[in-house]
Write a protein that binds this ligand. Structure first.
Ligand code: APR
Ligand code: MG
Length: 279
């Protein structure tokens, strides 16, 4: 295995890299993100990811999803804009103008359409957060924007062909090898999420608890990552802080509630309070 500089992302790391918004900011300061998520049988993925993005301070958010799903979401996330059949539109080359980053995958069920959309997105300079239904075995081209992959061990197994049990025994090595091969940031999730970067560095996240072991919490993280890469200049602290706050929010919740009752939406609800203690 490659020798690498790895570090645990500590409270002090967050404190020195996370800052209060400057008083003269406007929504354009924090970037517009596009979220391609949700399908008729998994509408909640788009809702959870969208809420994660908005509660993390994204400037503007457009959710590209089916008409059925936008109908469900609009009342619950009125702050977002909606692009009807956004996945199909992007797949035909219609990528909205003025956006900084795109997250794709939560709750997407149509692999063919997802692939078509990704092909067009790869040809842009947008930062891409690729999750869930958009993760599979493929090679990523050299491009200007970042490629951020957020697999859980099962998804990482699907991407690499390595059994999940082997991955779990060598999380650092597998994440790092893939990050360097594909020139992508790999966020290998689970207890002590590992963040591997193409430059060979590794970050380990100390926050989070078993309350997060529940469908939907990964979708929340994807939305948070979209917000942080849209609004922050420095990539490494942006992604590390998103993962840190996601876990820290679950930890705060767990101080007064039983882990098992944690919902993905509770993670988003508690984010502002968690971030307040770092401003
Ligand atoms: N300790 C700390 N963090 C944990 C723990 C734990 N014991 N268990 C889970 N987590 C965190 C992970 O690190 C990750 O951030 O919770 C999140 C879970 O994300 P996913 O595994 O992606 O789960 P989720 O997306 O919510 O599942 C919904 O989407 O990705 C697909 O196949 C997946 O069907 C599933 C669906
Ligand atoms: Mg997931």
């Amino acid at each position: 295995p490659q020798q690498s500089k790895w570090q645990v992302w500590t409270e002090e790391n967050v404190r020195s890299t996370f800052h209060k918004r400057f008083a003269g900011a406007h929504k354009g300061t924090f970037g517009t993100g596009l979220l391609l998520a949700g399908s008729d049988e998994m509408p909640g993925s788009a809702l959870l990811a969208g809420k994660g993005a908005l509660k993390s301070g994204i400037g503007k958010l457009t959710i590209g999803t089916s008409r059925f799903v936008s109908g469900i979401l609009a009342g619950q996330l009125p702050e977002a804009m909606y692009k009807h059949d956004g996945l199909e539109a992007v797949g035909e080359g219609d990528v909205p103008k003025g956006i900084k980053a795109c997250a794709i995958g939560p709750g997407l069920a149509d692999a063919g359409k997802t692939d078509m959309a990704l092909q067009h997105l790869m040809n842009t300079d947008l930062h891409l957060v690729i999750d869930a239904g958009a993760l599979k075995k493929r090679t990523y081209p050299k491009r200007k924007g970042l490629v951020i992959l957020t697999p859980h061990p099962g998804e990482f197994s699907r991407m690499t062909g390595v059994p999940a049990s082997d991955i779990q025994k060598n999380r650092f090595q597998y994440a790092l090898a893939y990050a360097q091969e594909q020139n992508a940031i790999v966020i290998l999730k689970g207890r002590y999420t590992v963040l591997a970067f193409p430059d060979g560095s590794l970050i380990v996240n100390p926050t989070g608890n078993a309350g997060l072991a529940k469908g939907g919490t990964g979708d929340t993280l994807t939305g948070m990552l979209l917000a942080f890469v849209s609004s922050e200049k420095d990539v490494k602290p942006a992604v590390a802080n998103a993962v840190y706050f996601h876990g820290a929010s679950a930890d705060l919740w767990e101080q007064t509630n039983a882990e098992r009752g944690l919902l993905a939406s509770d993670v988003s609800e508690h984010l502002p309070l968690v971030m307040k203690s770092f401003e």
